[in-house]
Design a protein around this ligand. Structure first.
Ligand SMILES: Cc1cc2nc3c(=O)[nH]c(=O)nc-3n(C[C@H](O)[C@H](O)[C@H](O)COP(=O)(O)OP(=O)(O)OC[C@H]3O[C@@H](n4cnc5c(N)ncnc54)[C@H](O)[C@@H]3O)c2cc1C
Length: 385
């Protein structure tokens, strides 16, 4: 079936990216995997390629393209090559929407040029040691000073993608207690400069997968955040988070579908080359059936991901539709990658082979951005259940 989601511009961008990944990423990737993060200068390279400014208006140094499709192409190409761009995805998909949608004119002028140039890298901190799925239960606090000039931030966050290297972190904190009839009330978003006194980075977490992105713990002890660095209105943070979560979930759905497609590609190549009992693994009927079944699942996931992408660009993707796309694509990827790994035999368990890294990287897709169980809760609520 012909895909209609991408045009000539997207395909030209795809080719540029493919060349860049081949020359700049693939040769260095094994070292980054061992180091547990990409080097900071790599983010500057991505910035020079224009990847951080695609959706940023031209007056702040970006390309001003109001579309997520270029990011989707980027996802397909990194997965296809079995690599990742570290925490660059968090910078753009998690950080940028809040700057664009909530930033005042003064804040945009102050923050966006450095966002685009990669001089300031962003992360988003919602999750805490005591609360993940139930975000309304967060206990990090931000108290407005008596003179109203700054917030005093106290608390801790964990699992923050890009949190170790970030220059600024959008921190969600309680500025007011919840209301009896609205637990979500009272959360505020602060754009926190990570060099402020009292701000500290804890452990860089040792993860099962996604080894080239730094995921860290953060702690705040009386951090004085200027009131000019608040994003949006006080106490409305939960509402703002809800506005961007469909996009975040679509990006995870897209990544999962692209990982599943890459797994089929890796396995198809592998079974042609590998000889067992004197014949190629590809020649066994079981192999053909397994890969055919996987391809059918990938086709379905691609259709769902593409449709959700169109809906997002049109401003129509609902929370329940995004949850449905994430649930479906991540569950497909889980099944497909496992079956494709099986076709690699023991080599599928060795990190040298991209299928092994895919297997590990994919696991978190059913957890972060909201677990599969939380996605089902959202869908069921939308069904009136
Ligand atoms: C690699 C990685 C990167 C991450 N990056 C970020 C980031 O950049 N920023 C950020 O803020 N967070 C980030 N997270 C956190 C992530 O979003 C949370 O881990 C996720 O939302 C789940 O929260 P939790 O880990 O506290 O699990 P819990 O909420 O403790 O859930 C435990 C289990 O209980 C289930 N459960 C919860 N509620 C219900 C219910 N009502 N009914 C049935 N089952 C339920 C869950 O589905 C899960 O199976 C990241 C996590 C990881 C692992």
């Amino acid at each position: 079936m012909r895909r209609t989601v991408f045009n000539e511009d997207h395909e030209a961008f795809r080719q540029t990216l493919r060349d860049f990944i081949e020359t700049e990423v693939v040769p260095r990737y094994d070292q980054w995997f061992v180091d547990g993060q990409v080097p900071r200068d790599f983010y500057k390279q991505l910035a020079e390629l224009g990847l951080f400014g695609i959706e940023v208006p031209e007056e702040y140094g970006g390309a001003g393209i109001d579309s997520f499709k270029f990011a989707a192409v980027q996802t397909e190409e990194t997965m296809r090559a079995g690599v990742s761009f570290g925490a660059a995805g968090a910078h753009v998909a998690l950080g940028l929407p809040y700057l664009l949608e909530l930033g005042t004119e003064e804040q945009k002028r102050r923050w966006l040029p450095d966002f685009v140039s990669g001089d300031t890298m962003y992360a988003l901190a919602m999750t805490e040691p005591g609360t993940g799925s139930d975000l309304a239960g967060m206990s990090t606090t931000a108290r407005l000073s008596d003179d109203g000039s700054h917030y005093v931030l106290n608390g801790a966050k964990t699992f923050i993608t890009g949190g170790v290297l970030a220059d600024r972190v959008i921190v969600c904190a309680r500025t007011s207690p919840p209301k009896p009839d609205d637990r979500r009330y009272g959360i505020t978003l602060l754009n926190v400069d990570t060099t402020l006194p009292g701000y500290s980075v804890g452990r860089k977490l040792d993860k099962l997968g996604l080894r080239t992105s730094d995921t860290g713990e953060l702690a705040f002890a009386d951090v004085k955040v200027p009131v000019e660095d608040r994003l949006g209105e006080e106490d409305k943070g939960f509402y703002y988070l809800g506005m961007n979560l469909p996009k975040e979930r679509l990006s995870i759905a897209y990544g999962a579908y692209a990982q599943a497609a890459a797994a089929v590609r890796f396995a198809t190549q592998y079974v042609r080359d590998r000889k067992v009992f004197g014949q190629a693994v590809a020649s066994f009927q079981n192999t053909k059936f397994e890969l055919a079944a996987c391809q059918a699942e990938v086709d379905a996931a691609q259709a769902v991901a593409d449709r959700a992408l169109e809906a997002l660009d049109a401003g129509e993707l609902t929370a329940a539709e995004a949850a449905s796309a994430k649930l479906f694509c991540t569950e497909v990827a889980h099944r497909v990658i496992d079956r494709c790994l099986q076709l690699h035999g023991g080599y599928g368990f060795i990190n040298e082979y991209p299928i092994a890294r895919l297997y590990a990287d994919n696991r978190v897709n059913r957890i972060y951005g909201g677990t599969s169980e939380v996605m089902k809760m959202i869908i069921a609520k939308d069904m009136g259940l």
